[in-house]
Ligand binder design. Structure first.
Ligand code: SF4
Length: 328
């Protein structure tokens, strides 16, 4: 049984119009399914507005799914409420994008960690203090700094505190939503290495969400690529990054600077991501796709297995891929 199993998840947001107009919905996440196993890191990648943060919010139940199921360690949490939801939250914790805004400036680090430990464990006051010191060491911070406040730490250190807070509940699953995008490039690598190390030692499942494929590539076992609320490609990280079968993944990858030349060459996408309020018909990527045909404009491709464990939603992808520099 997978640690996290997401089935046909849909997340909608109501959109205000005039009071006479029919109520409209923005379909932020549209029929998304995937799994994360114990000890596995799954990367979720896509441009801003593709629905990846809405998935994160639905997983930690900051949003209620419009439909679909979310099973964590065998328990369906998609419709839990109140006490049952608070109890289930011990199993899944989130690391937020903003290390500046996600910590309460009025609470010392000790109080921040103690809040979580008091809520999710039965440890005594002394045991909790010992655990806080362990958590500080685990994320590479000096346990002697427990009495300090968030403003006394750098951005990277604050993100380490955010990770310690998430680990305090001893969750099975960590959901990291753009955990390094607010940090300097030099600090990003240290946070990614920390997550990799922690994941190895704790066998925790990790869903790592980012807009930057270069970041996701280095930490993930498997990658899901999203476009306008849907998964358009999924495969093992190495397979997807060496042989992308969807033109969108190929374009994202070709923008990642590497020492070796990518097989797809540089693919420049024209235009912006269309509004999810008025998505294009057929394949949602067709207005930006250099391979679009008449069929792409009228029919929507579903995910299909194109090679073992490699799924793509493109009519014209073949087992050997369709992409070459000459075609662009
Ligand atoms: Fe491009 Fe057509 Fe494939 Fe969509 S289905 S990605 S428009 S080739």
């Amino acid at each position: 049984m997978a640690l996290l199993e997401v089935k046909n998840l849909k997340v909608d947001y109501p959109v205000r119009g005039s009071w006479l107009a029919k109520r409209k919905f923005l379909h932020a996440v549209d029929d998304v399914s995937f799994t994360v196993d114990h000890g596995e890191t799954v990367g979720l990648v896509g441009e801003s507005g593709c629905g990846k943060s809405s998935i994160a919010k639905a997983l930690v139940r900051l949003e209620t799914p419009a439909s679909g199921n979310i099973h964590i360690a065998g328990e369906d949490i998609s419709l839990l409420k109140g006490r049952a939801l608070r109890k289930a939250r011990k199993k899944f914790q989130m690391v937020f994008q903003d290390p500046y805004g996600s910590l309460n400036p009025r609470l010392s680090i000790q109080s921040t960690l103690d809040e979580v430990l008091s809520l999710h464990t039965a440890l005594s006051k002394t045991e909790r203090f010992v655990r806080m010191q362990e958590l500080m060491s685990l994320v590479g911070l000096d346990p002697g700094q427990l009495g300090r406040y968030p403003h006394e730490f750098s951005g990277g250190q604050r993100q380490r505190i955010g990770i310690a807070r998430a680990l305090a509940a001893e969750p099975d699953l960590l959901i990291a939503d753009e955990p390094v995008s607010a940090l300097d490039v030099s600090v990003q690598a240290s946070i990614i290495n920390l997550l990799k190390e922690l994941q190895k030692t704790t066998r925790i499942g990790l869903l790592f969400i980012a807009h930057d494929l270069a970041v996701v590539e280095h930490i993930s076992d498997r990658i899901l690529v999203m476009y306008l609320g849907r998964v358009v490609e999924s495969a093992k990280a190495e397979e997807l990054c060496s042989r992308p079968r969807h033109p969108y993944s190929a374009a994202l990858l070709s923008a990642v600077p590497t020492l070796e030349k990518r097989s797809a060459g540089r693919i420049k996408l024209s235009g912006d991501v269309p509004s999810p309020l008025d998505p294009p018909g057929g394949c949602a990527f067709h207005p930006r796709c250099p391979y679009a045909t008449e069929k792409c404009r009228s029919c929507r491709p579903e995910l299909r297995e194109i090679a073992p464990g490699h799924y793509t939603a493109c009519f014209h992808a073949s087992e050997n891929g369709i992409f070459s520099c000459e075609k662009i």
